[in-house]
Ligand binder design. Structure first.
Ligand SMILES: C[S@@+](CC[C@H](N)C(=O)[O-])C[C@H]1O[C@@H](n2cnc3c(N)ncnc32)[C@H](O)[C@@H]1O
Length: 221
């Protein structure tokens, strides 16, 4: 839907389907989240598809982005004064953490127009300066950036096949690429160096367990 959705309709959809909240691991950052009291929580993927709405990945803080946010807030030197690009940013939790940690510039990209509206809203909620970028960032070479954030991007075979070479190319071009993964099936096996790990509380309806051990990796050059 979201290509045809105007900005006011997107904001109204987000307001109607989320409530302000935060992830317990990252209480510093407020987000518009789906919860058991919001209608989107109860909507099936099929019923959303019938209305032309993508699954609302932007309405949850996924373990990857959440762990990245915790890591950056605890280690602001990783992004301070740097140019940061969060790819497939979802709610923008990691991008917001980068902005709050003193990054010089933060861009957050997501293919879903509702995610882009949610990211703007979430950035405002936290007083974080973020440039939100719509469209498909993987259709072009990686942008010049000091740090690329990739939280929970290996959840699907097609996405993994597209984003892995893109991230490797970003790394080859000199970016520090930080990947956060909670044990997804399509995580690459090569070139990842663990730098931190977190036990991330999860939403049982989304994951099959209450905590996901999530690892932050640096993608080697
Ligand atoms: C599992 S969510 C992770 C969101 C966020 N990084 C986090 O960890 O909370 C995956 C996100 O990837 C986005 N996405 C999928 N394909 C994409 C593409 N080609 N370019 C940008 N974003 C994409 C989806 O819209 C969704 O928001």
């Amino acid at each position: 839907m979201t290509a045809a959705l105007d900005r006011n309709a997107a904001d109204a959809f987000i307001a109607a389907n989320t409530a302000p909240g935060h992830h317990p691991l990252v209480p510093e950052i407020g987000l518009s989240l789906a919860s058991a009291i919001t209608p989107i929580w109860h909507a099936s993927e099929e019923s959303l598809a019938a209305k032309g709405v993508e699954p609302p990945f932007w309405a949850f803080a996924w373990p990857g982005g959440t762990a990245l946010a915790r890591f950056l807030l605890d280690h602001p030197e990783q992004v301070r004064d740097k140019d940061v690009f969060d790819v497939a940013a979802g709610s923008a939790i990691a991008a917001i953490a980068a902005a709050l940690s003193g990054a010089a510039r933060v861009r957050a990209a997501d293919i879903d127009a509702l995610a882009c509206a949610a990211m703007d809203r979430n950035a405002d909620l936290n007083g974080a300066a973020i440039e939100v970028i719509g469209g498909d960032p993987l259709a072009a070479p990686p942008p010049a950036a000091g740090v690329i954030l990739a939280g929970d991007v290996f959840y699907d075979r097609d996405m993994a096949a597209r984003i892995e070479p893109w991230l490797r190319s970003a790394s080859a071009q000199g970016a520090e690429v930080l990947v956060a993964d909670p044990g997804r099936a399509y995580l690459p096996e090569e070139g990842l160096v663990e730098i931190a790990r977190y036990a991330v509380p999860t939403v049982l309806d989304l994951e099959d367990r209450e905590v996901r051990e999530t690892v932050i990796y640096r993608l080697g050059r």
